[in-house]
Write a new protein. Structure first.
Length: 202
């Protein structure tokens, strides 16, 4: 079974992944944790609450079926595969994970974002929405950073203003004059004056 768990930044996605893997291993299951390669922490999955553990990283060119097959033969029969930062998977890798879940009877658990700061679905997420057997939202402990609504997307703030013309992929936390805000749809559209333009157009 392929499962996709998504939430905004700071919603506890990685902490949920690590706690789930810990519980499965406690129950006797063999778990593998994967993550697209990042410069900031290399072979490690870490949450903002302090939980962390080693993982295996991979590049966009890697075939995950081949990767997992090699590990499965060398170490142990893998029963659960956890994938952190799954928004950075390629579309092909999502399909490979689905095939692993079907052909090898492996439970695949993907954790990550759904939308980028341009309020668009990541390409991998579009594929996950099609192939995932189960999709679940991880609700943040706090709501929109600008109102009381539920946060569902992100703003990229540069020098105090929301921007759209920055690269989509950031590696690691962003600090200083550049930061992200978790916001609701209404506040995202208000920041970019889209609601105002729609009212004028009508």
């Amino acid at each position: 079974m392929l499962k996709y768990y998504y939430g905004v930044m700071n919603s506890g996605k990685t902490a949920s992944l690590l706690m789930s893997a810990f519980q499965k291993e406690k129950d006797g299951y063999k778990c593998l944790i994967l993550k697209p390669y990042e410069k900031r922490d290399k072979n490690e999955v870490s949450s903002r609450v302090g939980l962390k553990r080693e993982c295996i990283t991979f590049s966009p060119e890697d075939n995950l079926i081949t990767l997992v097959a090699g590990l499965d033969r060398k170490h142990y029969p893998i029963e659960y595969i956890y994938v952190d930062e799954c928004q950075f998977l390629t579309k092909e890798q999502v399909v490979q994970l689905w095939k692993l879940s079907q052909l090898k009877n492996v439970n695949v658990m993907c954790f990550g974002l759904k939308t980028d700061f341009k309020n668009r679905l990541f390409e991998s997420v579009k594929t996950l929405m099609v192939y995932a057997d189960k999709i679940k939202t991880i609700q943040p402990s706090s709501g929109c950073q600008r109102c009381n609504n539920v946060a569902t997307t992100h703003l990229l703030i540069v020098d105090g203003r929301g921007v759209l013309n920055y690269p989509t992929k950031f590696e690691g936390d962003v600090e200083g004059d550049i930061h992200f805000e978790c916001v609701c749809q209404k506040c995202w559209h208000e920041e970019h004056d889209i609601l105002k333009r729609l009212e004028e157009w009508n």
